[in-house]
Design a protein around this ligand. Structure first.
Ligand code: GDP
Length: 195
């Protein structure tokens, strides 16, 4: 995919701020530090459009990026932070629920998982929740440069087994250091966005 334009449209803290309009979108989700910002910047060919992990305590937002005036990427805050208050967590949970349950423009979700480790409980919960809402999911196995190529298949198998993955969902082995998996990631995302 050739990227002609990519810009942040809004950091939405509430559902009424989600952009209206017909454009399809994919959401991107993963544990803090999994490499989500790096993935976004790499596939868009931008150095620092997506910012590294939001600090704990900062307002949680869904960040909408408008790409090629044709579709949106929606950056979902990294899960796995325990440092927000219970009331904040509940309020944010409601925003997420509305988004994943009701957003018609949402065509599928990219969930990022570190290729080196078996999925955590949070990863599994997120995946199960996405499947409960019947979203197609692309698993991006990040930081592939940290595992020898000959072992990629073994790590992918572990991820598939631990998530009990839907056979329709795809796994893409990816590295933002080397660019490995970039074309395949686009192919899978375009499939969701435009078919
Ligand atoms: P986020 O919190 O999920 O947005 O993660 P970031 O994209 O900020 O990445 C977290 C850390 O992992 C940073 O130090 C990145 O440089 C590093 N990182 C991200 N992707 C890769 C990768 O593909 N390979 C390697 N070796 N490091 C990566």
């Amino acid at each position: 995919m050739k990227i002609n334009s990519a810009e942040i449209v809004i950091s939405a803290a509430k559902p009424h701020q989600f952009p209206a309009g017909p454009f399809p979108e994919v959401a991107l989700s993963g544990r803090s530090n999994v490499g989500k910002s790096s993935f976004i910047n790499t596939v868009l060919g931008r150095k620092s459009l997506a910012r590294t992990s939001q600090r704990p305590g900062k307002t949680q937002t869904l960040n909408f990026y408008f790409i090629n005036e044709r579709f949106h990427f929606v950056d979902v805050p990294g899960y796995g932070y325990a440092k927000v208050s219970k009331s904040e967590r509940e309020a944010w949970g409601k925003v997420m629920e509305v988004y994943f349950q009701e957003r018609e423009q949402l065509k599928g979700v990219v969930q990022l998982i570190d290729i080196r480790h078996k999925p955590t409980e949070d990863d599994t919960m997120m995946y199960d929740w996405l499947k409960y809402h019947e979203h197609p999911v692309i698993i991006i196995a990040t930081k592939a440069d940290k595992v020898p190529r000959g072992k990629w298949d073994k790590h992918v198998k572990i991820i598939k087994e631990h998530l009990n993955m839907d056979p329709n969902d795809k796994v893409v082995v990816f590295s933002s250091e080397t660019g490995a998996g970039k074309d395949k990631a686009w192919k899978e995302m375009e499939n969701l966005l435009f078919s």
